[in-house]
Structures are given as C-alpha cells and as structure tokens.
Design a binder for this molecule. Structure first.
Ligand code: NCD
Ligand code: ZN
Ligand code: ZN
Ligand code: ZN
Length: 449
C-alpha cells in the first residue's frame, strides 16, 4: 500500500541537527523520514526543492475571538493568519463574549470552531463560578485554565488568595496548567486614578499606570500561590527584567513554573510606542531596551519556555481613540512571529534549536499536546516549509487576520514560511490558504487522535 504523501528534497530540522531527506506522511502522521530511495511509494508527491522544514509552530497564546467578537476576528480568519505564519496549532484564550468559563460555553465554542478552523485549536477556560465544574470542563477538552490578575474574568474573586488556591488545587487534580496574566489590578487602578486626576490621556500614561511594579507584584503573588499548590503555573507574556528574574528564581527553586514571552516584548520598546502611538498599545505594555535585552538573553540561554504571539486583534477604529483609556490593548502577531524570529536566526543572533524549542517543542510539553512539537516518526504531520533566503517587507494590508495593521509594518525580514501542513494537509501555499474551513482539528485534553 502506498503512503499518502512524500515531501522530497527537504532540509529537515531535528534535535540532532538538519538532515537532508524526505518525509513520508500517512494517515495524517509522519510515517518515515529518510532518503527518498528508502521510502515507500506514495499516492502524492511534492518536491520541496531544498526548503527548510520545521515542526509547525504551536502558539499557546492566541485570541481567536469569534462569537460576539467575530467583527475583530473569526475562527477562520484567525486560523488562516496562523497558517500564513507557519503556526499549525493555537491555544485560544477565554476572554471572549461570552467568556469561556463553563462546559456549555466551551462546547459552543468548539462546535463553531470545528467548522471553520484551518489549523489545530485547543482551548483555555477561565475558572468557573462553581469550582466543581473544573473537572467537567477538562473532560470536555480544555487544555488549560487562565487567570487574569489585572481584572476579573471568570468566576473567582481575584482579590482572594484562598479562593484562588482552591481553584488551583482543583485544577491540579486534572493535570492541566494554569496560565496567568500577571499585572496587579490594584496597582494599575491606583496609578490610573492619579493619572486621570492629572488629566493625562496620552499614550505614555498607559505605560505609567501599568508600571514595572504592577507586573512584579503580580508575579510575586503568583509565585507564592505556586508554592502552596501542586498545579502547574504558566506565566504569560513576561515583559520586565525584574519579573523575569523572579520567575527564573522560582524555577531554580524547583517550582512547577514555566513562562512565555511575546515577539513584541522582544523586538519593541517604549521608544516604538512613542512613534506608533496607540497602535502599539498592549498589556503588559512595551518596556525599556533593558527589558528587551533581558528577555532575549534568557531566551537564548534556553530559560524562556515559550515564545507566543498573544495575537490580540481589534478593529482599527478601536486602536485609535482620543483618550488612551478608551484604546483596546493588543497586537496581532500570528503573521509576523516566525519571520521576525527567522530574521534573527539569519543574522546569527538566535539558534534554530532555541526557536524550535520555544515555538513548538516546549509548548507541546507544557500543554500536553500529544504527538506534536517534534518532527519524529509517529507524530502528527504538522510542519512548516521555510525559504530562509527570501527577503521581504512586512505588509499588514495583506494579513489574513481581520486586524490589518502591525507595529512591524514595513520591517525588512529574511526567512519566509511558504508552505504549512496540518495533519498532513497542505493548508497554506505561498501565502494563500488552500484548505477548506474545518480542516484543522479541535484538540481536546486528553487528546483523542
Ligand atoms: C488581550 C486582548 O485583547 O484580549 N490584550 C492584550 O493587550 N494583551 C488581553 C490579554 O492578553 O491580556
Ligand atoms: Zn494577558
Ligand atoms: Zn492575551
Ligand atoms: Zn490526529
């Protein structure tokens, strides 16, 4: 029996280095990686002409919106953006309308997503009001829970450490991680009150309210919670050197903690905020060059577990209002993350192994995505073919995301994802989406294959 597909003439990234070989794919999985002469016959064949093949990116922080926020992004537009950016699996955040925080809301979301997605999608849930529902939410397939310390989203009072601990403990029984948005609500509110009194409404005011201290305080609180529970804690979008230092210390102390950084906190500082104004407004905000450097340094040393986009699309009108307090925070990132990181690889500032580890291997481990995250035989055939030599300018007007703007618009990059495969299906080819909506899988925990 011939296998389904052979991708020939590839430079395949593996943990042992880059191997020149071909990939046989059968029934949506990697059947064998070898010289073509050692592969079985196939029904289909595609010559990759020397393209680099990486494990498809797993982006563990994406706001796909849809439902009542579909005007900002839909499951189709968001996953098309993912495919265009070489991302084969996204994990969707729960701050939706309605909030994902019950079996019912999760099931509704999965049902809509199932018909629309072109890449794989897993789901975060917020804590439910009734903590006994945590088990059924996981049985229904949530891969993680999300806690926002900056505002109440979900059913638990975020001022109450004991209530939070009860939620963490319940979640620990299910073995899924808890993702935390670490910015301290009280610190932000206090800062905001003072700035409002001073009639500040400029973009720097946002930065001042959401200070370094606001992140640090919430991280320290999270670490204390992590010390008192056996739940795995995943810190989202770290932005400050001091916050990062506390997290790395907690990891050295042996706590079950992991962390992620975003491309915008790596590549952009408050200097960019000055130029780009509210377009670059995001939570946590862009920080100093010093913070950028600390994040890069930790990433290069392999101490940052994941690079995730925090793809947070809004309508362009929502990004440009007179008062900074009315601007919707968030940056679309799915179509720029991989080209930006590949540019650093081309410049010799980042190794491919760190890139693959932080954008695929570690996220698969943290979120327990079975048989994904590595190009090895038996794993799902989620992969991205890359032209490392292609140089081009980022053009946000051509994004597949509904959010057609970017702080990286016009940046020159080198290294382009040109083909994306999800479970063995070609979903993106030379920037075009070539798969039917519904091609992507809904990833449930524990994953049914
Ligand atoms: C996110 C959003 O728009 O949903 N915005 C943001 O600035 N990052 C929310 C979040 O991730 O905190
Ligand atoms: Zn957040
Ligand atoms: Zn987010
Ligand atoms: Zn499968």
């Amino acid at each position: 029996m011939p296998v389904d597909l052979i991708l020939s003439n590839a430079k395949i990234y593996s943990r042992k280095g880059i191997i020149e070989a071909s990939i046989a794919i059968d029934e949506s999985r990697i059947f064998k990686i070898a010289k073509e002469t050692n592969l079985p016959t196939a029904s289909g064949k595609l010559d990759l002409k020397g393209l680099l093949v990486l494990p498809g990116l797993i982006d563990s922080h994406v706001h796909l919106r849809d439902q009542q926020l579909a005007h900002k992004e839909s499951f189709f537009s968001g996953t098309a953006a993912a495919a265009a950016g070489g991302v084969t699996t996204v994990i969707d955040m729960p701050n939706n309308k309605p909030v994902t925080m019950s079996s019912k809301s999760l099931q509704e979301r999965m049902e809509i997503a199932q018909r629309q997605t072109v890449v794989n999608v897993g789901f975060y849930s917020a804590f439910p009001q009734n903590l006994s529902e945590i088990h059924s939410i996981v049985e229904d397939g949530a891969v993680a829970f999300k806690l926002y310390l900056s505002q109440k989203i979900g059913g638990v009072n975020i001022e109450d450490d004991e209530a939070l601990l009860q939620a963490f403990d319940k979640v620990s029984e299910t073995k899924v991680p808890v993702g935390v948005h670490a910015e301290d609500r009280e610190t932000i509110e206090k800062g905001k009150r003072e700035l409002l009194k001073a009639k500040r409404r400029d973009v720097e005011a946002h930065l001042e309210a959401r200070s370094h201290e606001a992140e640090r305080k919430a991280i320290q609180r999270t670490v204390h919670l992590a010390q008192r529970t056996s739940a795995h804690v995943h810190l989202c979008h770290l932005s400050t050197a001091a916050g990062l230092r506390d997290v790395l210390q907690a990891k050295r102390d042996g706590l079950s903690i992991t962390c992620e950084v975003t491309p915008h906190h790596l590549f952009l500082s408050s200097k960019h905020l000055k130029q780009l104004k509210t377009l670059a407004l995001v939570n946590p905000p862009l920080r100093t060059r010093r913070d950028n450097r600390a994040l890069w340094d930790a990433l290069r040393r392999g101490r940052v577990d994941a690079v995730s986009t925090d793809h947070a699309p809004h309508m362009i009108e929502e990004k440009k209002t007179d008062s900074v307090w009315d601007v919707k925070p968030g940056i679309p990132g799915l179509e720029t993350m991989l080209p930006l990181l590949l540019t650093r690889v081309n410049e010799g500032h980042l190794s491919l192994s760190i890139l693959a580890r932080a954008t695929s291997e570690r996220p698969a481990k943290i979120f327990n995505l079975k048989d994904r995250g590595n190009l090895v035989e038996g794993n799902h055939a989620d992969l991205v073919a890359i032209d490392m030599k292609q140089e081009y300018k980022i053009d946000s007007s051509r994004f597949h995301s509904k959010a057609k703007y970017s702080p990286f618009d016009g940046w020159r990059v080198k290294g382009k994802p040109v083909k994306t495969f999800v479970d063995g299906n070609l979903v993106m080819d030379e920037g075009e989406i070539v798969a039917e909506p519904g091609t992507g899988q809904i990833i449930r925990r524990p994953e049914s294959s």
